[in-house]
Write a protein that binds this ligand. Structure first.
Ligand SMILES: Nc1nc2c(c(=O)[nH]1)N[C@H]1C(S)=C(S)[C@@H](COP(=O)(O)O)O[C@H]1N2
Ligand SMILES: [Mo]
Length: 395
């Protein structure tokens, strides 16, 4: 009984009358697909907290709809949100004024912008690292590119006043620490002031034209595309302008930090040798066809997918049907706006019957390509941008 009460978070009234072996509704497994309007092919990695990822073929849309968008939570989703009472406070050592805005203030006082922004969890691809890294075992599906509408964070920060010595911003949010201890934050990260002031860095209140779904940060979220999505605080109610690197929860230690210089797999790395992840590396995903597709001999295989490169543009995507021995260029679209993923396609002749693998490799505007195999090991398994591959059978 005590254990159940602890799990529910309060005493169970009339608990002594509860039949033995009865499972209170509060502890029954909710259906995450219904709860979050997710497609039933999405993969649930964890339910305490909720972490759900897509499969490559589910991400085929040019703009990711909610049903295929991954969910990454560090804590418990806030409940009973009253958006009419929601407030965003700007404070911090480097804010000239502490200022508080209602959602209406933000919507009416500042110009609104819509951008397609790629959000990829820093730990996307973690499942492949060896020695294994603790944490959600993301495969390839912790990435999305939705339309986000809101006001520029920079406009709001400037309205409050940014002091000369500002170097960083840190967000604070309404989600609840897993321990339910109100003095602890599940996560409070941020970005350098320069990234905070970019045109595309939004305080968003709409996703794909509608209110942001609760799991994705309703009613207000920070969106800093191209950086590890952990920088894009959901349910944001306070942003601090800092005169030093933000020191909130999950800014230090091995959280969202990697060895500044490459290390041997499994190495112990001293804190001073760890660096905060900035922009995400170049990456691509073949979203069509689904891996395992069977095609008829004599037909051309059309593949499609997306490519993105942190703060940069993708210059080229290539495919290989011979395990990387030779590469052929794909068609590649320009991004709709900076920090949006780009779409590639190719018509591939597959002449023999049998098993093929299609590998895709993106190259960014600075000439950096995705590695074919796992990149540098790091303690928490971040930044795996190895080439995506699909299997095809020709019959
Ligand atoms: N308040 C808050 N913001 C958060 C998180 C969180 O747990 N709490 N998780 C972060 C991480 S690690 C990721 S990858 C993204 C995931 O965004 P999504 O769930 O909308 O896909 O949100 C980020 N913002
Ligand atoms: Mo993340």
């Amino acid at each position: 009984m005590a254990a159940m009460a602890a799990a529910i978070g309060t005493d169970i009234v009339n608990g002594s009358l509860m039949p033995s072996a009865y499972q209170p509704l509060a502890l029954q497994q909710a259906d995450p697909f219904k709860l979050f309007n997710k497609d039933s092919e999405m993969t649930v990695l964890n339910d305490k907290p909720w972490n759900i990822e897509a499969k490559a073929h589910l991400l085929n849309d040019a703009v990711t709809p909610n049903e295929y968008m991954f969910i990454r939570n560090n804590g418990l989703i806030p409940q009973n949100i009253d958006s009419s009472a929601w407030e965003l406070t700007i404070d911090g050592e480097s804010a000239s004024n502490k200022k508080t805005y209602s959602l209406d203030d933000l919507k009416s006082r500042f110009q609104q912008y819509t951008y397609q922004l790629t959000l990829e969890c820093g730990g996307n691809g973690r499942s492949e690292f060896n020695p294994p890294a603790k944490g959600n075992q993301w495969t390839i599906g912790a990435v999305s590119c939705a339309n986000w509408t809101g006001v520029r964070l920079g406009d709001v920060l400037r309205d409050a006043g940014i002091k000369e010595d500002a170097v960083y911003i840190g967000y604070h949010a309404a989600d609840v620490h897993l321990s339910r201890d109100p003095s602890k934050e599940p996560i409070s990260r941020g970005v350098p002031i320069k990234k905070a002031l970019q045109d595309e860095t939004l305080l968003a209140f709409k996703m794909n034209g509608d209110d942001i779904p609760l799991a994705h940060g309703y009613p207000l979220r920070l969106v800093a595309g191209g950086w590890p999505a952990s920088a894009s605080g959901k349910w944001v109610n306070r942003i601090s302008i800092r005169n030093k690197e933000h020191d909130g929860a999950k800014m230090g230690g091995t959280s969202y930090r990697v060895p500044c210089e490459p290390v041997a797999p499994g190495a112990k790395v001293e804190d001073k040798d760890m660096c905060i992840i900035t922009a995400m590396p170049v990456k691509s995903l073949i979203t069509f066809p689904k891996s395992g597709a069977v095609i008829k001999k004599g037909k051309t295989l059309t593949i499609g997918g997306h490519a993105w490169a942190g703060e940069l543009e993708v210059n080229e995507v290539k495919y290989s049907v011979d395990f990387g021995s030779s590469w052929v260029s794909c068609q590649l679209s320009k991004p709709t706006n900076r920090l949006a993923w780009q779409h590639f396609s190719a018509a591939i002749p597959l002449d023999a019957t049998g098993y093929y693998e299609i590998w895709a490799k993106a190259i960014d505007s600075e000439g950096k390509a995705q590695p074919m195999v796992l990149p540098g090991w790091n303690p928490k398994g971040y930044l795996n941008n190895a080439c995506h591959r699909i299997a095809i059978k020709v019959v």
